[in-house]
Write a protein that binds this ligand. Structure first.
Ligand code: NAD
Ligand code: ZN
Length: 258
């Protein structure tokens, strides 16, 4: 692993580890980029197959669901099919190892709707909901398939209706233009405002309000670290590690737990 990294990057990772090691409160925000090495496409990646003529941003909205529920539901069933056999990569595993073996207070926040952090063994707060949960679009009641044995229907693109109000069932995901879950946002704001180090991993930092967390941390005196293969120009960042999360994090965590 280490051999693949350039000498300059290893020096930067060393510097980052030294900065983090002396601090107590760490806030980590992850985005779609951390799951890219597990084979889950980000929203910036061009869609493939049946969906290549659609933009994710045009499907992941409440307006799109009201206009054409079947289209949006089918897209999510396709995404579920794509994600269901994916496993955590070295980036998820390294963060879990750090979280489980440190005396530092480490708060992990994700914009991802997959469950790869949980699969790796992390405790994580989801800002944008959960791909594997469903709820009614109308009355918001959560929906569970009444017949638990119907695994064959897991990816069925037939629309489901609410048992209470007959509204259409949708994934329990925060779509563009929707409010974030209050409790998750409070955890994120508190962790960002109270940390000494904020680490942003694999996020384009374009989707607000999550993108504002780094600014909040900075205003409160935190150092900001970014890990991204293609970092977005961002004035709040103190250290940028331009590389794959799955390459940087195992070494960084190894240094921190030494
Ligand atoms: P994004 O797609 O906007 O950006 C992904 C970022 O990751 C980019 O900046 C890219 O340069 C970087 N990246 C790609 N591969 C990387 C790697 N191996 N290591 C480090 N960085 C890498 O994603 P976003 O910022 O999370 O925002 C888009 C929204 O899309 C979020 O709200 C999220 O809920 C949703 N989304 C989630 C998933 C998922 O759950 N896995 C997948 C796609 C989109
Ligand atoms: Zn309902």
């Amino acid at each position: 692993m280490v051999a693949e990294l350039s000498a300059a990057l290893i020096v930067e990772i060393d510097r980052t580890a030294a900065l983090i090691a002396s601090q107590t409160n760490i806030c980590i925000l992850t985005g779609a980029g951390i799951s890219a090495e597990s084979g889950i496409p980000t929203f910036r990646d061009k869609q493939t197959g049946l969906w290549e003529n659609y933009r994710a941003e045009d499907l992941a909205t409440p307006e799109a669901f009201v206009r054409d529920p079947k289209l949006v539901w089918s897209w999510y069933q396709w995404r579920r099919q794509l994600v269901h056999d994916k496993a955590p990569n070295p980036a998820h595993l390294a963060l879990a190892e750090w979280q489980q073996n440190t005396n530092q207070r480490l708060t992990l926040i994700t914009q991802n709707v997959d469950d790869l952090h949980e699969q790796a063994g992390s405790q994580v707060t989801h800002l944008h909901g959960h791909l594997w949960r469903n709820r009614c679009h109308q009355c918001t009641a959560s929906y569970q398939e009444p017949d638990a044995d119907k695994q064959s229907q897991l990816f069925d693109d037939k629309l489901l209706t609410c048992l209470h109000c007959k509204g259409y069932i949708r994934p329990d995901i925060v779509w563009f233009g929707e409010a974030l879950p209050v409790e998750a946002w409070q955890i994120a704001e508190k962790a960002a405002a109270g940390c000494e180090v904020f680490i942003s991993i694999g996020t384009s930092s374009l989707v607000y309000p999550a993108a504002g967390l780094a600014q909040l941390a900075k205003q409160n005196g935190a150092k900001i670290i970014e890990i991204n293969t293609d970092p977005t120009p961002n004035t709040v960042v103190d250290i940028t590690l331009t590389a794959k999360a799955g390459e940087v994090l195992p070494l960084l965590v190894e240094l921190l737990l030494k």
